[in-house]
Structures are given as structure tokens and as C-alpha cells.
Design a protein around this ligand. Structure first.
Ligand code: SF4
Length: 299
């Protein structure tokens, strides 16, 4: 195959993977929803969880998106510097989104700022949103696809606190945000918290936090303990599935952090909803690939 043939094959692969992510939740999210359903005591809440599972089954059976809001497409890329298609990858992903929008189909969710025109193909200024990490000099890439729906993006917040506010200030911020806005995001929620020295760093980290597998922990023991305490406290709110009350509020709480300035402590929140559509694919330089987030799936 020529290099151009390879580009076409990679575009096809990413279009198929992007469309697929809109239709089937990752294994860890399904397992957590099942665990919450199993522990639920309220009859109404059980019915809501059961309707979610019926929804997911029908999405697969009918080959349709799992939610009508297929979101703004985000790609988070961990790349080896010698991946042979690195220079073309941005254009490949833009084309993949256009193709997936027609074929999946995906709802048209890219509205140009100032012009206020929906582009109709989910691409536009910095859409899809692409974030790059060059992690080594290897020839592989790992691409995380995330569909940021409107409801789950709505509670997103960032704040910079005086350092005297401390971690208690971060906890207050998390609870205020979830109490005031969490119900808009179709609970149970995956709560991503970023803690850093400025809002843009905290915001990016809070988005990366909801890309982590459910059940994973912050590498620092104090960070991991704060994740658990926030999870327990938020569950005490009892928002339940779709906010109709129940024994849980969250799928989990994940914190990502970066060293802060001594004079500031910034915090940010990003929320994933029950239909947390993300997926991870690892692609080698020879274009062989492995889907990390979903077992026993072939595109
Ligand atoms: S919050 Fe999630 S499940 Fe609810 S409408 Fe938005 S994308 Fe769909």
C-alpha cells in the first residue's frame, strides 16, 4: 500500500471508531452502572437504571447512538514522536468526524463562535477539539475519543481560590457545583476535578480526570483518599439515576493535579453523565490496532 492508501485506511478506522463510541459505552462504565443498579433499593430508581440498560441494548441492536446528544467530539492523543502519520493526524481526525457524522449518524453540534452558524458536520474552529501529548519517541499513538454532550458540559466550572481556602475550599467548590448543576447532567455522574495553580491547567486536568478508567485512583495516597471521601459525600446527596433520587449520585470522583503556585489554588470540574461515551484505541506504526476500552469488539 502507498502512504496515501495508509492515510485513507487510518481515516476509515478513526471514522468507524468515532461512530462506534457514540453507540456503545466502555466496559468500565457499564460495569459501574450495573453495580449501582444492584445496590439500589428504591423501586423507581431500579426502573430508571433498567431503562438505561434497555436503551444501551437497543442502541447496539439498532446500530444507533446511545443518546441523541452525541456531543462535541474531543480527541486526546498520546503519541510517540515517530508515529509515521503524526503530521497528517489532525486532518485525518477532522475527516473522520465528517464521515462519522454522516454514517453513525451523529447530531450536528458544532456552532461557530460569533457567526452562530451550525456547520452541519461537527467540524469547525478547533472542532473536533484535539489535545496532544508527545510521550516518547515510539511509533504508536493512543487516541481517546470523548463525546462532550451539552448536559454533561453544563456543570463545568473553574475557580482560583486564595491558598488559605485550602483543600476545604476545593471540597466546597465541588459540592456547590454538584448541588447547583449536577442534576442537568443525567446522573449518576463521573466527576472530574482538576487542582492546579491556574484555571486553564485545572480545567484541562479536570477533563483528563473523566477519561481515566472508573475505579482507578490518584497516585498520591492523600489524593486517592480525597477522591473516596468526595465520592462518599456526594453519594450522600442521593441524586440517584437521572436525578430522581436514589442511593448514589456518582459513578466516581477522579482528581488530576499539577503543582501549584504558593499564592493560588485553582480547581475545576468536568462532568461525565451516565452515558459516558469515551473510548481508547492504540494504533501502531503498521496500522494494526487494539481497542483498550471495549473488550471483544472488532470494527
Ligand atoms: S447529559 Fe449525557 S445522557 Fe444526558 S442528554 Fe446529555 S449526553 Fe445524553
Amino acid at each position: 500500500m502507498s502512504h496515501e492508501d495508509d492515510i485513507q485506511a487510518l481515516t476509515r478506522l478513526m471514522a468507524d471508531f468515532t461512530a462506534f463510541i457514540g453507540k456503545r459505552l466502555p466496559d468500565d462504565v457499564v460495569a459501574k452502572l450495573q453495580a449501582l443498579r444492584d445496590q439500589e433499593q428504591k423501586d423507581l430508581s431500579k426502573v430508571v437504571y433498567d431503562s438505561m440498560f434497555e436503551n444501551l441494548a437497543q442502541a447496539i441492536a439498532l446500530n444507533r447512538p446511545a443518546c441523541q446528544d452525541t456531543g462535541v467530539i474531543n480527541y486526546f492523543i498520546k503519541a510517540g514522536a515517530n508515529f509515521p502519520y503524526l503530521a497528517r493526524l489532525q486532518n485525518i481526525l477532522v475527516q473522520a468526524v465528517k464521515t462519522a457524522t454522516v454514517e453513525a449518524p451523529l447530531r450536528h453540534n458544532a456552532v461557530e463562535i460569533f457567526e452562530e452558524i451550525n456547520t452541519g458536520d461537527n467540524t469547525g474552529e478547533r472542532a473536533p477539539f484535539i489535545h496532544w501529548d508527545i510521550i516518547n519517541d515510539g511509533d504508536e499513538v493512543e487516541i481517546e475519543v470523548y463525546m462532550a454532550g451539552g448536559g454533561c458540559s453544563l456543570p463545568g466550572r473553574a475557580i482560583t481560590l486564595m491558598p488559605s481556602a485550602g483543600y476545604e475550599g476545593v471540597v466546597d467548590f465541588v459540592f456547590d457545583t454538584i448541588v447547583n448543576w449536577g442534576i442537568n447532567a443525567c446522573p449518576p455522574l463521573l466527576v472530574g476535578v482538576g487542582i492546579a495553580g491556574s484555571v486553564e491547567n485545572a480545567a484541562l486536568l479536570s477533563k483528563k480526570a473523566i477519561l481515566r478508567p472508573i475505579g482507578s485512583s490518584h497516585p498520591n495516597l492523600k489524593g486517592a483518599a480525597l477522591e473516596k471521601r468526595l465520592e462518599q459525600g456526594l453519594n450522600e446527596l442521593g441524586l440517584g439515576p437521572q436525578g430522581l433520587s436514589g442511593s448514589a449520585t456518582v459513578l466516581g470522583v477522579h482528581i488530576e493535579s499539577a503543582a501549584r503556585h504558593p499564592s493560588t489554588i485553582s480547581a475545576a470540574i468536568n462532568i461525565g453523565c451516565w452515558a459516558h461515551r469515551r473510548g481508547t484505541i492504540r494504533i501502531k506504526g503498521d496500522l494494526s490496532h487494539e481497542i483498550i476500552s471495549h473488550r471483544e469488539v472488532a470494527l
